[in-house]
Ligand binder design. Structure first.
Ligand SMILES: [Cu+2]
Length: 145
């Protein structure tokens, strides 16, 4: 009986060692290509309502007063807007709901930033706050579901 117990113990030990070095290494967080100074307008997920989503928004890289879309869609929870402006003129992104500002990024030129806020389901608007830019078309609707 002693002998079989010893034989059993070996593979168990080996498995424990393997499990020990396996891992909880999580390398999945490399999806944000922009380690620029970011603007966190609100702490994420303060009401624990679940999800988080990231949407991409870019200004026209050739300097037109335009975003690359006038329609974004995200899930309720923490919404991160990855805003890229590769143009030589400054732009920002401001997000409002019913006329109330909920998030505002920095004015950036030739770079990117992330503007995060805690979103409930509903319609938000986003626009560039530089003089004349919204009027020229730098605006759109962010729908949160
Ligand atoms: Cu602008």
């Amino acid at each position: 009986m002693k002998r079989s117990a010893y034989l059993l113990a070996l593979p168990i030990t080996a498995m424990a060692l393997l499990a020990g070095c396996g891992g909880s290494d999580d390398n999945s967080s490399s999806s944000n290509p922009a380690p620029e100074p970011t603007t966190q307008t609100e702490k994420p997920a303060e009401n624990g309502s679940g999800g988080s989503s990231t949407v991409a928004l870019a200004a026209d890289p050739n300097g037109a007063l335009a975003y690359d879309t006038d329609s974004l869609e995200a899930k309720a929870g923490t919404v991160a807007v990855d805003f890229t402006n590769d143009a030589a003129i400054g732009h920002d992104v401001v997000i409002e709901q019913d006329g109330n500002e909920v998030a505002r990024g920095e004015i950036i030129t030739g770079g990117s930033e992330t503007v995060s806020f805690n979103a409930k389901a509903g319609e938000y608007t986003f626009f560039c706050s530089l003089p004349g830019h919204e009027a020229a078309g730098m605006k759109g609707t962010l729908t949160v579901k």
